[in-house]
Design a protein around this ligand. Sequence first.
Ligand code: TXA
Ligand code: MG
Length: 551
Amino acid sequence: MGGQARTRIVIMNTLHLTDSQQDIKTAAAVIRDGGLVAMPTETVYGLAANALDGAAVARIFKAKGRPMDNPLIVHIADISDIERLSLTADLPEKARLLAKAFWPGPLTIIMKKGAVIPDEVSAGLDTVAIRLPSHPAARALITESGCPLAAPSANTSGKPSPTTAQHVIDDMEGKIEAVIDGGACDVGVESTVITVATDTPRILRPGIVTREEIEAVIGAVEVDRAVLNKLENNEKAASPGMKYKHYAPRAKVILVRSADKRYTDFVNRCYRRDGNCAAMCYAEDVDRIVAPTVSLGSKNDLKQQAQALFDALRAVDTIEGVETVYAHCPTTQGVGMALYNRLIRAAAFQVIDLPDKTIIGLSGPTGAGKSEVAEILRNLGAGVVYADLAARKAVEEPEVKAALCAAFGNVLNADHSLNRSLVARIAFGSKKNLKLLNSITHPRIVEIMLEMAADCKEDIVIFDAPQLFEARADVFCDKIISVLSTREKRLDRLVRRDNLRREEVELRMSAQYDDRFFIDHSDRIIDNNGTVEELHACVKEVYGRLTDGTE
Ligand code: TXA
Ligand code: MG
């Protein structure tokens, strides 16, 4: 069979089979004929073909839209198959020990490949990944087919792995010959992948079989850097699958690392503000979240969360109007490592770290006296993060400078620092330019402000930010205070402070939100039309209420 060219007609109807003995026989005939069958395993559904038939295996890549350099796992029904079929040249002792401890089950072992393994399976590597699944339907299909089965997860490449037959049908209907419905998968995340072809065995993909469990059997193992970190552009992936964006729903996933209550408060503020987000959270938090939720199950039950994960990622796209999903970041210990590994890829490595601080946004129109209020708060014991300072840091970062040059042409000085006055001139030249500038700088400025807040020694941190709302920093604030004063007073202050002409000041002021906006979007307004003493007294009173918990 191997290698022989075969033309196939387009599959119009995928056979929907059960796991009955008769249906398994039908599916095995499809496999022997070089066809593709989606089968349940204890982890996720796999898309199976005869592993020793290169042409059949090539069709798997086509159906999934999978990059050809990403090798497949060979599934066997009995440990003796490895040597009987010469799948490897020699079976290392550590592989034997691991197989004995964890097979049949959700562990894949990579070892040197035998000559019978087609290049399509190993994607040109000199190793092969082998797994003995515990799911009865998978084992029955392998046995009945009479050959080992190459099977990646049965999803379209990049999408979440399928944990029900319906997920498979959603992705693969009309592209494969058959699907065996064996109900929902028990484990829910793919097998742990470990290589024993390196000096020290190394985990390339975490799963429900944990590092701790493996080390109890074969001693120390390494965890590949790519498991928890984003690879640099020049880094080679030990497991090719790790370099691709993965598990992603249509909506954008963002991981939020924070204490429980800070997470729910944050998601609620995002929802109230934008109305287009959902939360991927724990069952215990569902009732406290006003946004639509997708629950992963109980907070302390990592196995339950693993089981629910891919279904939850798919479910996100069934909620109307959701553009962003905030997922509460799991621990990286034990089974948590598998959850984190999948979620961080679904999020394309975008993580928000919420500092464990009470953050108070301080805003208001220019000239109203915000800086004075910040100074009083600082003297009362609050930490202060200045948005202007964060902005200055942001625009000296190479990525930000590159983005600004891409948008506005060369805006650097001879020494490669940013020509700030040139940027200011361009930005204030048109509304469009200003918007573009803000879309480049604001997200990074807010990130820096969060980092600065985390570094503060104080528990209460003030975000002194004239553009708190424009920069969307308001969603990170537990409370918002705005300082207001009359137009005349503001004009006077600015003319004196910044040495500007009245017309210039008026132009600046006209670009900002009016008092009504600040009143509607703040928890407290500080009126700065009175004396310095009155301002002090007012700030002190507000701060006192915030710190003693009455507000
Ligand atoms: O639980 C599972 O493992 C499921 C079920 C169907 O068995 N299968 C699965 O296969 O998740 P797949 O193809 O979606 O993921 C296999 C992973 C990929 O990241 C791939 O790059 C890696 O294993 N892999 C396979 N062979 C390899 C090899 N020789 N060296 C390094 N990585 C390998
Ligand atoms: Mg996969």
